[in-house]
Design a protein around this ligand. Structure first.
Ligand SMILES: Nc1ncnc2c1ncn2[C@@H]1O[C@H](COP(=O)(O)OP(=O)(O)OP(=O)(O)O)[C@@H](O)[C@H]1O
Length: 797
């Protein structure tokens, strides 16, 4: 084993004294805030992303803090090639606009280490209160400031203890350690190596990570005893990776190098083939932690003889499930802990790095500056609410951890600094980074699904399907004034069911405004594989746009996929496309994209709407959307299992398979239902109301004329909407002869042009006057509607 984190430079502190909970640091506050206003560099921190004093049962559901703000813009996602992502962005915007987001401010803690042997000069940083410090007369305020007296226990109490509670409550939680080389990040996150070896959390100085797991295991135990009647079970799966020179290495199995980041709808962002290990005790945890840490890349910098030259990310997915004895209902909760020790920045000119070290330092600085840039943008977006491209793809670090940065996670940032005069400019830079990070708002939600939620939603879907089929049948049949159409009773019953479920106290008021993937109702899965014939939209699903950071096939997909192109401009335009044809179409459209395969998702189609009808807000309700990174793929599970065989003790091993099977099933359920839980039920109800309105309007208008309102049961043709820049809403008018010729074939992939003769749009005989609502993603345009050239039946994809 390589030596790592050995005490360096005689700066180790004495064994810490036991800290009182709720922070000793606060007691040290002496300076009234008023006196500090002079040269203050930043505003006082706002909300704090921790749950106050919560030792809560996992069965308790939390409302994300600060919910109810109507404004609360999403940190927008970059315009993306993944159509599912684009839809989600739109969904989230709508959802957010209606219900407000759940903002979780980033918790920023600044930790100042003691001077080391080489730094016996002037100390320029002074802590002035529990949450502020001054440096050369400039004052900064954060959530907490830990000075040289602060112990590892203090840091745990500030950051680790709330993290554990958040995790048990079902929130994703991340801690990033940021700072210049030698400032104390590694010491803070893991602690000195000897502390881990000794494994004694009281007498030595283990860092945050071992303390977090010590508390986590204790709390899990407590919860299981407390809720014995609920058959509460937990599983903790860990992985450990490093990003070195933009390459990912598995620290549990360093032979696995240059791993790729992937992204798909079901699993979110994940690292392909990364090992996972199940841990259920401190012994297992420390063994694995030490193993991983020993595989980290270290090197000497001018300040730190054993500097980490990579970013390391320790991740633990905590899954819990419980079953209520009273009614047998089960719930599944999952949360992800990311503990990130970033590589330290260094001024290359000052440190005189050369050769490999220089290249390394360049990569580290570039990666950190990309992180800084992202933080700036997120801070700006959080502050002014303006949408901007968020450059998650700039680096592997930001892409992998995008959920932690402006997404579905509670984030704590520990910014490590040296108080020495020699580190002045780096310290300023770290403090400014910290103050910008403070401005970011994440959107953390509880990742939980209840079995009965699934049941209710399944019933609603079934009834809506029946209703739509009936409507279609009645539409095809001669109109009958006295009930030729369905009475809408079933839909109303569905609505009542939704209302009923809204009123159930067991339901979390989830808000998700960050997930990147949506998972529309997959009735095949929900209803045992039966393929729905109603309102199906085929889209290239996750695998189509797996993200390979090197190749970015998403872009390939984007270029080649007319559907994708359409949706670039038209987030909410949901086209009715017949199953088989659509499947063919999407396969054909994406046939050039390497490794792309088509898979089908079910979508609820926004019906075409006559201009005389009130345009319903494009709705995809009830919709099921997956929140991103809480789940892992079967690949990872396999890897985990493999690894588990060698690393986990027998008990954990024997339970792993069955737990995984269950977990995957429930994960799948979670995937399917998460969004409808995350999407507040009020919205589902509102959507159903709108659906009923449409049904009602359609019924009444059908008897007097052929309505252009069309429920897309097996719609007989394709439609292609030509994207129009800067248009909020386009209305597709009746087909024009010339329109097809005018259609820019540039929207079609070259390979597909002329090869696929699927009919795209022929216009129904009875739909000549029909108009189609086409909603474009928001723009500044004053034009609310525009005639969109319509593609004729002979148009070629
Ligand atoms: N709060 C602290 N108390 C005592 N010693 C500390 C403290 N913080 C850091 N040190 C010591 O300072 C040295 C550098 O710390 P550490 O390796 O954690 O820095 P780092 O920020 O991780 O550096 P790099 O980015 O180069 O990896 C180590 O010897 C560590 O033991």
């Amino acid at each position: 084993m390589k030596h790592f984190m050995l005490p360096k430079g005689g700066v180790l502190r004495e064994a810490e004294t036991a800290a009182t909970p709720n922070s000793i640091l606060k007691q040290r506050s002496v300076t009234p805030r008023k006196q500090r206003l002079g040269a203050k560099e930043n505003a006082p921190p706002g909300d704090f992303n921790v749950l106050a004093d919560q030792h809560c049962s996992p069965s308790v559901k939390y409302v994300s803090p600060a919910s109810g703000k109507l404004k609360s813009p999403l940190p927008p996602r970059p315009p993306t090639s993944n159509p599912l992502k684009r839809k989600l962005i739109m969904e989230n915007l709508v959802e957010n606009a209606v219900l407000g987001g759940s903002d979780s401010g980033v918790q920023v803690v600044v930790r100042m280490r003691p001077l080391n042997k080489e730094e016996d000069g002037e100390i320029i940083v002074q802590k002035v209160s529990s949450d502020s410090l001054t440096i050369n007369g400039h004052s900064f305020t954060f959530d907490s400031v830990a000075d040289t007296d602060a112990t590892q226990v203090d840091i745990f109490n500030l950051v680790g203890a709330p993290l554990v509670e958040n995790c048990l409550a079902g929130f994703n939680s991340s801690v990033f350690a940021y700072g210049q080389t030698g400032s104390g990040k590694t010491y803070t996150m893991w602690g000195p190596a000897n502390a881990l070896f000794e494994g004694d959390l009281l007498s030595t100085q283990p860092g945050l990570t071992p303390r977090v797991f010590d508390r986590l295991f204790a709390r899990i135990n407590e919860e299981q005893i407390k809720h014995a009647d609920k058959q509460l079970t937990y599983q903790c799966r860990c992985s450990f990776l490093e990003i070195y020179n933009e390459q990912i290495t598995d620290l549990f199995d360093p032979r696995q190098k240059n791993l790729q980041i992937r992204e798909d709808v079901k699993s979110g962002v994940y690292v392909e083939s990364l090992s996972e290990v199940c841990v259920s005790s401190m012994k297992e945890l420390t063994e694995n932690l030490m193993k991983g840490l020993s595989n980290r890349r270290i090197g000497a910098t001018s300040i730190n003889s054993e500097s980490s030259r990579s970013h390391s990310v320790f991740t633990c997915v905590v899954e819990s499930r419980c079953k209520r004895v009273a009614d047998g209902l089960s719930s599944f909760k999952t949360s992800r802990i990311n503990l990130v020790d970033l590589a330290g920045s260094e001024r290359q000119k000052l440190t005189g790095a050369a050769g490999e070290r220089l290249k390394e330092a360049g990569n580290i600085n570039r990666s950190l500056s990309q992180l800084g840039n992202l933080i700036n943008i997120l801070a700006e977006v959080s502050q002014n609410g303006k949408q901007r491209h968020i450059p998650y793809r700039d680096s592997r670090l930001t892409f992998l951890l995008q959920d932690s940065l402006g997404g579905n996670a509670k984030l704590a940032m520990i910014c490590a600094i040296s108080p020495a005069q020699s580190c002045r400019s780096e310290t300023f830079s770290t403090l400014r980074f910290a103050q910008r990070a403070k401005a970011i708002k994440n959107k953390a939600v509880v990742n939980e699904v209840m079995q009965d939620d699934v049941r209710v939603l399944r019933e609603v879907i079934r009834q809506l399907k029946d209703e739509l089929v009936r409507i279609k049948e009645n539409k095809d049949a001669p109109a009958n004034l006295n009930g030729g159409y369905s009475s809408g009773w079933d839909a109303r019953r569905s609505l009542n069911l939704i209302k009923f479920s809204l009123n159930r106290p067991t339901t979390s008021p989830y808000v998700d405004d960050d997930g990147d993937e949506i998972m529309e109702i997959d009735e095949k899965e929900l209803e045992g594989g039966e393929q729905s014939e109603t309102e199906v939209v085929m889209e290239p699903a996750s695998p189509d746009c797996d993200v390979n950071m090197d190749e970015d096939p998403g872009d390939i997909c984007d270029k080649n996929d007319p559907v994708v192109n359409m949706q670039d401009e038209n987030e909410k335009h949901i086209e009715p496309i017949p199953n088989e044809q659509s499947s063919l179409a999407s396969e054909s459209q994406c046939q050039n994209a390497a490794g792309i395969s088509s898979s089908l998702n079910l979508d609820v189609v926004t019906p075409e709407v006559s201009p005389v009808l009130k345009s319903p807000t494009p709705s995809v309700s009830p919709q099921v959307i997956e929140s991103r990174k809480s789940l892992r793929t079967s690949k990872m599970s396999t890897a985990s299992h493999k690894d588990n065989d060698s690393l986990s003790p027998g008990a954990a091993r024997s339970s792993l398979n069955s737990f995984k099977d269950d977990s995957l099933k429930v994960n799948s359920m979670l995937t399917q239902t998460r969004k409808s839980l995350l999407a507040p039920r009020e919205q589902l109800a509102a959507s159903l109301h709108r659906g009923l309105e449409i049904i009602g309007t359609h019924r009444s208008s059908f008897t007097t004329r052929q309505s252009s309102l069309r429920f897309s049961v097996k719609p007989p043709e394709y439609k292609l909407t030509v994207p129009v820049d800067k248009v909020d809403i386009g209305i597709q008018t009746e087909p024009e002869e010339d329109a097809a010729e005018d259609m820019p074939l540039s929207t079609l992939c070259s390979n597909c042009q002329g090869t696929n003769s699927l009919q795209m749009y022929s216009g129904e005989a009875n739909d000549k006057s029909g108009l189609q609502l086409v909603v474009y993603e928001g723009s500044n345009t004053t034009e609310k509607a525009k005639l969109v050239p319509k593609v004729r039946s002979e148009a070629v994809i």
